[in-house]
Design a protein around this ligand. Sequence first.
Ligand code: NAG
Length: 998
Amino acid sequence: MGSLVQYVVTLIAAASTVSALGGLQNIFFEESKGQDLLPLYANHQVATLFLDQQDWPGVIRAGLDLSDDFKKVTGYSLPVVNFTSNICSSVHGQIDTAIIVGTIGNSSIIDGLISSKQLNVSEIEGKWESYISKVIQNPAPCIQSALVIAGSDKRGSIFGIYDVSEQIGVSPWYWFADVVPPERNQIYVSKSIVKTQGEPSVKYRGLFLNDEQPSLAGWVQAKYPEGLYNSYFVHEFYVNLFELLLRMRANFLWPAMWASMFGVDDPKNQYWADYYGIVMSTSHTEPLMRATNEWTTFGNGSWDYSTNKDNIIEFWREGIIRSKPYDNMWTTGMRGFGDTPITGGVEVSLLEDVIKTQRELLGEYFNETNVTNIPQVWCLYKEVQAYYQEGMSVPDDITLLWVDDNWGNVRRLPVSNETSRAGGAGMYYHFDYVGDPRDFKWINTISLEKTWEQMHLTYEREADRIWVVNVGDLKPLEVPIEYFFSLAYDMDTWGQINTVMNWTVAWAEREFGAYYNDVEEIADILDLYGFYASRKKYESLNTTTYHLYNYNEAVTILEQWSNLTDRAWAVYNKLPQKVQPSFFEYILHPVVAGYTVYDIQISAGKNHLYAEQRRNQANSLAQYVQQRFQDDFNWKKEYDALLDGKWIHMMDQTHLGYDYWQQPMRNTMPPVAFVQSAEDALAGSLGLTVEQSRGAVPGDDQYNAVAYSNNTLVLPVLDPYTPSRYIEIFNRGIYDISFNATAENDYVTITPSTGAISATNNSIWNSVFLEVTVDWDKAPDGYNIDFIDISSNSSYGFFGEPSVHLPINKTSAPSNFSGFIESAQLISIEAGHFTNNISTNDTYYVEIDRYGRTLSGVTLFPVNADSQQASDDSSHLEYNFYSFTAPQYGANVTVYTSPSLNVNPYRPLKYAIAVDNEEPQIVQIVVDPTDPTAMPAGWETAADDGVWIHNTTHILDGGEHVLKLWALEPAVVFQKVVVDFGGVVESFLGPPETYHQD
Ligand SMILES: *[C@@H]1O[C@H](CO)[C@@H](O)[C@H](O)[C@H]1NC(C)=O
């Protein structure tokens, strides 16, 4: 019995993944017993598609796409019957199976089915972008059975059509990411499932093609005819984008604007947007449907409302006249020219006058319409948010479009008295950015988990009227873009916590499932890529971002990338050749190109370190970096060559050699150093260094511990809760060396203890790591220093034989203790590894998987909860730990939280922390500056490093303790906690998690 239930559950789960991005599945590919199915394609017969010529042109056009989509998967297009009022008048004889599409109120057949009660549309009628998809028997005298798709409005019908396209296997990205549709032998629709798709979660869902230089601009220039004013952003390009947006269930666009003028480059642009069904708008800095460049080209005088008002009003007037026939979201307000503030200060009254004037203009041209019914938006970008904070009032019907900090951290969300506004609120978010402190515009660096966390918060706090995301060049951000639209469309499904992996698996199934069974592997590679790439933007990464000798940090990071690359290649190599281009664009290219940049930066960092340590390997690493720099170029060439140059220039973006916020004009390799390979080191060919040391012995070196001679280095302390330490021996001269390492006491083991290193081997790996371990049963109690001698055949010049000091500390926590144990004078804890998660009735902590920089994030739910108190009776997290050291001035506790901002300025983000029964200490994570135009202190670093770091001090004795953490506000996300008893050293991610005794 149990197994039968399980079998049924598995079947349902397997079936639902196929179309999970689009909600309920009603299309199937196998005739199965018990299911009442209507064949849309079987035995080389396809259904006939009926399109009502009185419907919206965009609906008819999408219908023709559906006909083509059937051809993509079956080889047969759907025959199309165009009809006007009488559906049977253009049909000879009887049609067995039909697909009938129509919009309620625009289609005689749909309206007829409603009045004859064959179709009940009460759940969707009058709703925004909704549809019903169901099978009806004898919908007309000439039709036996039909899949009827009835839209509540134009886009409701279009989304209903594209839902079938997606379910049969045609990806929205079939053209933009070359996804190869599967081959189907049969396609059925369920006769019993009624698919009722209600309103999208967010009303307007769109993207902003921003800063489309050099990549997108280069590509359109190579691929499309020239429009007016030297622009190539013509309707032939845009119609592809409109179709992509609609297939992803989006409806809104801020067009390219840096080197183009949507409304004039190609006068057909907006006509086609409206024809397809896209609501056009203009970016935050471009009021009333006119591009910034239009002012440069056609405007009179300066873009200064205080001195040149009449000309500016005239300019806007023309924008209204031009766009009035179409569906628009009118951007209101004003910024300075070219994405800058209008003046130095906060110009509240001026801006209020601007908006008042703009509305008068709208009223004038839409004279039959109440101006409050014209969709308008005011974007509170950068300094504009300050005007609002300073009390600027805007009419209630204008949507307030809040923004992030350009780095994916939402700055502000509606507070209590703002949620009832008629115009509601929205969010302008960034997946790509050009500006201070640094651009990020090369390839994808987006974590879907972080996107989920911030957009979930946004939605729950009722910024749900417009979501628009800056996608730069579009192409390398395919996956985050679609994820963003999935959230915006269906928060009921994708708003649930820890559904990112479900989404990625469903996505991988849709894109590659027909050609690769292990879609979980593809999904995992994709998700891990976002995890790795979001830790630091490629443009910000430098040679020392990750620590080169503490905690093996840089090496560990590089190994992660290298493993990911191997996994991506393994999938790629097993895919049929025709499917490889798509996998390359989506996954292989970002993974290998990202790895290459990490390798260039980290290897250059190692080259500098090795040169300081005078190692021969510095030279081979310098060559290796040059080779990887060439690889970086080769990956671009590969992208350019793909599918006979289909995506040429798409990877033209420079990404190596940033020295201020703006892109370098040419990729530039980090500098590398060489040692003189023809002569020996003054202290001989043998050199050694130890873990956590920058220095090398024997010989003079500013980084050697001053208390010791220039022959000795000191290892960090080794204790029973630290697995091992390492010594590294290398050649830094012209003679081959052999060595022998001996510990003073037999409880110290060195593996290997002997070795040889050639002077002429050019491998970058030409060194020997000696692992040092201790047999704790034999070691003496307490703290001791052990000595390790290194003897060799090398001459040491004027210096002596090198040696290493090994401090050991035999500590012991009670065997019945469960929790983290001090190790090398520190405890590092992943926030998700709490001992206790204490919930009260109305709040609780949840762990967001694979979120942040190291493992996961822990945050307070629900995100609409009130401010919390730090008490044992309120929800909090507890971490048991055991310490041996009692620093005189206390232990320092570092809490790593996500780089979130004070989305509610009246409730700044705070946490509380206490050890044992201490009075909790309250830490305000983000302190907003008094200057409303400024960002919080430390914001640049927090955004760039992906974390806020705060410290508190706690006086502790050695022994058992409980560390308690409270998020005093929702939206605080804990990532890591480090207790420092004096052992913490510098690193980017903080010390890796330390010993935990179960
Ligand atoms: C139906 O109409 C569309 C345009 O509305 C046209 O492109 C198509 O060729 C027509 N099909 C037939 C079979 O007449």
